[in-house]
Write a protein that binds this ligand. Structure first.
Ligand code: PGA
Length: 249
């Protein structure tokens, strides 16, 4: 009953020429794909994405957004700017933002709230580090990350967004969580949300991210609580990304 979603996170890759081929290649290759598809290019290429994806079934997303609405914040981009250039989705609290740019749970909650208020669909990224998993803290960490947003915006608002579980140790490392490991955390996230509102939990899409490849996508997406994927490296290769979309049935 939950329509699957596959989102491409290009991170800081691409240029006008290669983007053109990637965007058009994905948009033109979706015959037989039944999931929702989103592409998140770097900021300078959002307008290019909007232009190439116009009239296609692929939605445009951003990888980040400012926690402020406007003003003297050099180098920042606001939610209204993202809407203005045609974004429908925005990634919030990606682990690289949390780890490399110091985004706290509070900042992440503010961004989530702002994105929703602007009419964007926030994709809330959560996940534990290798050390946290080793210490047996996976569910505690992920629960804290979800709860800090839910406490701020309320459970209904969580349901207006998407959650992406991305174990930090699996991102860009070639180490994918096993389908069982992913399912365990996805089920725990859904149970946490169900504690506040069972209906919202039932409808909430929870994506898995972390070295998803065409070879691993089907089994991950077959798990009961895995509703699609957030794809980094493999989203930069048209054939690989399309194969992953095809696995999301
Ligand atoms: P990866 O990245 O697929 O390259 O591991 C996923 C992500 O960071 O969203």
């Amino acid at each position: 009953m939950r329509k699957k979603l596959v989102a491409a996170n290009w991170k800081m890759h691409g240029d006008l020429r290669t983007n053109e081929g990637l965007l058009a290649g994905v948009a033109n290759g979706l015959d037989g794909v039944s999931c929702d598809v989103v592409i998140c290019p770097p900021y300078p290429y959002l307008a290019q994405g909007a232009s190439v994806l116009k009239g296609t079934s692929v939605s445009l997303g951003a990888q980040n957004v400012s926690e402020h609405t406007s003003g003297a914040f050099t180098g920042e981009v606001s939610v209204s700017m993202l809407v203005d250039v045609g974004c429908r989705y925005v990634l919030i609290g990606h682990s690289e933002r949390r780890a490399l740019f110091g985004e706290s749970d509070q900042v992440v909650a503010t961004k989530f709230e702002l994105a929703l208020s602007a009419g964007l669909i926030p994709v809330l990224c959560v996940g534990e580090t290798a050390a946290e998993r080793k210490a047996g803290d996976t569910l505690a960490v992920v629960s804290r990350q979800i709860r800090s947003v839910m406490d701020r915006v309320g459970v209904l608002a969580i349901g207006s967004g998407v959650v992406a579980y991305e174990p930090v140790w699996a991102i860009g490392t070639g180490l994918t969580a096993s389908p069982d490991q992913a399912q365990e955390v996805h089920a725990a996230i859904r149970a946490l949300v169900a504690g506040a509102d069972p209906l919202v939990a039932q409808k909430l899409r929870i994506l898995y991210g972390g070295s998803v490849k065409p070879q691993t996508a089907s089994e991950l997406f077959a798990q009961e609580d895995v509703d699609g994927g957030l794809i980094g490296g493999a989203s930069l290769v048209v054939g690989d990304f399309l194969a992953i979309c095809q696995a999301a049935v």
